[in-house]
Ligand binder design. Structure first.
Ligand SMILES: *[C@@H]1O[C@H](CO)[C@@H](O)[C@H](O)[C@H]1NC(C)=O
Ligand SMILES: *[C@@H]1O[C@H](CO)[C@@H](O)[C@H](O)[C@H]1NC(C)=O
Ligand SMILES: *[C@@H]1O[C@H](CO)[C@@H](O)[C@H](O)[C@H]1NC(C)=O
Length: 593
């Protein structure tokens, strides 16, 4: 009996054992396999979605071309030659119809787009807006009446998606226009295209898996800069006269500088950001706030933009903006100013062409009666490594996780996101290793950014930023500075962005996001043959750091590219910055203010 029982017992036990082993094995194999297959499936679907979105965008461009061919008679090349002022005047007097202005810019934009791939969306309803404007009596015309305007893809528009290069955001329609778009429309502007940006808008590249790479209009194998690279490229290519970009580390100024156009990064807070794409959770990051700003063909386009949007409609739609209209008295003031200048921020050395641009501007401003004094920017490297980067990736990249779940992430974005998901120790280790192999201290310094672990860490970081801003402002006050002129980037439009290393070259611009000072940029000169020869000659340009070596190696073929500078003012002195931009631009162009 016992033997029979034990026989059955063993049977039961072993089958139970087999069962347990079987289930465990199935679990170990099946769950990851399911995850894997599901992941592959979702990625496949995402790729299809991205493909469809890109195709739709291309189809809309083709449709617009057909539509334009039907209205060829109204396209007027002469309109494209007009300065902002003359176009505005023609539209106000009725000599130029809003429709003719729109059609002419549409045609040019699509023509240059074939070369540079800057347009992500054509806004088909622009022609309806323009024809409505044409029937408006002249007494009801807004200051931007009939001005065609391009928008960075991150500007929210009712009924359209706003992807910032993330597949995840495709076909998520916006419920209403962003506040700035509403205000621009209320002043008579006609948004007609949206333009490209790098995925996530956290680099000065201009490529993403949906719309691809945008090219510099002055040399197709070079970068237009970013993140507002599509705006820089389309305006630099003369396919638009005025556009809206956004800037959190240089994203308006760098593309303007690389593409040879004019732009203003206002004090963050002066214009509204409501209704823009906020890059997921990072939209709530307020330590270093982003801001929208105008990019245009000349200084006047920026002035008219600011004067038009700083209006009751803006203050009503977003009462958090200070209700300060454009101060003409500050803009038209002739009082001589004390202006600081520098050509080196002790992070990355500028190429000779950039130094020459700053010195040209210095001489021109002195001639106008201003006092120029050499100055040193306060702790530029610190501002990037201890404030900006820790703020950007305070969530260790979590904010991007959902957005990139099934998406193909691209280049710099991927490096930034993935690298900062590692623990502090691991990042520190890699940084040390790279330091030993002679990596740039600006790059390894950023790699070693400290982790924000608790809310207390975050509060302390905010205190650090506050203290830095106070100290920075004091350095201006001690020297009695009204403004500063300085480089915008240490190089001109780049090609090779090896390892995203050039990302740490943004200190010239990012410093003024950290302290939240307004800064404009304008083209001053072009790279000459001598500039290039000097850059390649180590007795003129001694490339010590990794970034400087990349810049030096990349300088062959830069001849003829635009070189600009920045003009920086104290918070909320956009009018003073624009005044200096106008004076300098006039002085450089005609030898008169
Ligand atoms: C009207 O505009 C055209 C350009 O479209 C220009 O050639 C012409 O001079 C303008 N006429 C007046 C009176 O401003
Ligand atoms: C220019 O440099 C940036 C930053 O390193 C990089 O992302 C971008 O791809 C470079 N541009 C080109 C055209 O390679
Ligand atoms: C454009 O840039 C490339 C890459 O640096 C360079 O080889 C080429 O000579 C440039 N083209 C012109 C027309 O300057």
């Amino acid at each position: 009996m016992d033997r029979i029982a034990s026989f059955f017992n063993d049977r039961i036990k072993s089958s139970l054992g087999n069962y347990v082993v079987g289930v465990t094995a199935a679990t170990v194999v099946c769950i990851p396999a399911t995850y894997f297959i599901y992941g592959r499936y979702m990625r496949g679907k995402m790729n299809q979605k991205i493909h469809r979105r890109a195709q739709r965008s291309q189809e809309n461009i083709e449709e617009m071309k057909d539509d334009l061919a039907k209205h060829a008679a109204i396209i007027d090349e002469n309109i494209l030659q007009l300065s902002f002022r003359d176009l505005q005047k023609g539209l106000q007097d009725g000599n130029i119809s809003a429709t003719a202005a729109l059609r002419s810019y549409q045609a040019k934009a699509l023509e240059v787009n074939d070369e540079i791939n800057a347009i992500t969306d054509v806004l088909e309803d622009a022609k309806v807006t323009a024809s409505k404007l044409d029937s408006l009596p002249s007494s009801e015309r807004g200051p931007l009446h009939g001005i065609p305007i391009s928008l960075k893809e991150s500007c929210g528009i009712k009924g359209r998606d706003c992807t910032a290069g993330f597949g995840e955001m495709i076909d998520v329609p916006w419920e209403e226009d962003g506040v700035l778009v509403k205000v621009l429309k209320s002043q008579g502007a006609v948004p007609f295209v949206r333009t490209n940006l790098p995925q996530g808008m956290r680099s000065f590249a201009c490529t993403n898996p949906i719309y691809g790479q945008t090219c510099n209009p002055h040399n197709k194998s070079r970068s237009p800069g970013g993140s507002s690279g599509g705006e820089g490229a389309i305006i630099g290519g003369e396919g638009s006269i005025l556009g809206v970009g956004s800037d959190i580390g240089g994203s308006i100024r760098i593309p303007a500088n690389f593409c040879g156009i004019y732009a203003l990064k206002p004090t963050a807070g002066r214009l509204s950001m409501i209704g823009n794409f906020g890059t997921g959770a990072l939209g709530g990051q307020k330590l270093v706030p982003p801001t929208d700003g105008p990019m245009g063909k000349d200084v006047e386009s920026l002035v008219q933009f600011m004067e038009a949007v700083l209006c009751q409609e803006l203050f009503r739609l977003d009462p958090s903006t200070p209700p300060i209209p454009f101060r003409r008295d500050m803009y038209e003031n002739w009082k001589p100013l004390k202006i600081g200048y520098y050509v080196y921020d002790e992070c990355s050395r500028c190429v000779p062409a950039v130094e020459r641009a700053v010195m040209l501007a210095k001489a021109a401003l002195e001639k106008l009666g201003h006092t120029l004094v050499e100055t040193k920017p306060y702790k530029a490297a610190y501002s990037l490594q201890k404030i900006l980067i820790p703020a950007f990736v305070a969530d260790d990249g979590d904010g991007y996780k959902d957005l990139l779940k099934y998406d193909d992430s691209c280049g710099v974005m991927y490096e930034l996101f993935n690298f900062h998901r590692k623990s502090y120790r691991e990042r520190w280790f890699w940084a040390k290793l790279k330091e030993l192999t002679g990596y740039d201290p600006m790059v390894t310094g950023a790699m070693k950014r400290e982790q924000i672990r608790t809310m207390k860490d975050w509060f302390l970081k905010a205190n650090e930023a506050k203290k830095f801003r106070k100290e920075f402002t004091e350095t201006w006050r001690e020297q009695g500075l009204d403004a500063v002129i300085c480089p915008c980037m240490p190089c001109v439009a780049n090609t090779s962005g090896v390892d995203g290393q050039l990302l740490s070259a943004v200190t010239y611009t990012s410093l003024y996001n950290v302290v939240n000072f307004p800064a404009g940029t304008l083209p001053v000169t072009k790279v000459t043959k001598t500039d290039v020869a000097k850059t390649m000659d180590s007795s003129f340009y001694e490339a010590k750091t990794g970034i400087e070596k990349i810049i030096q190696a990349d300088s062959e073929g830069t001849e003829g590219l635009p070189v600009g500078i920045q003009i920086v003012g104290l918070p909320y002195t956009e009018e003073l910055v624009l005044r200096l931009m106008r004076e300098l631009d006039n002085a450089l162009k005609n030898g008169a203010p």
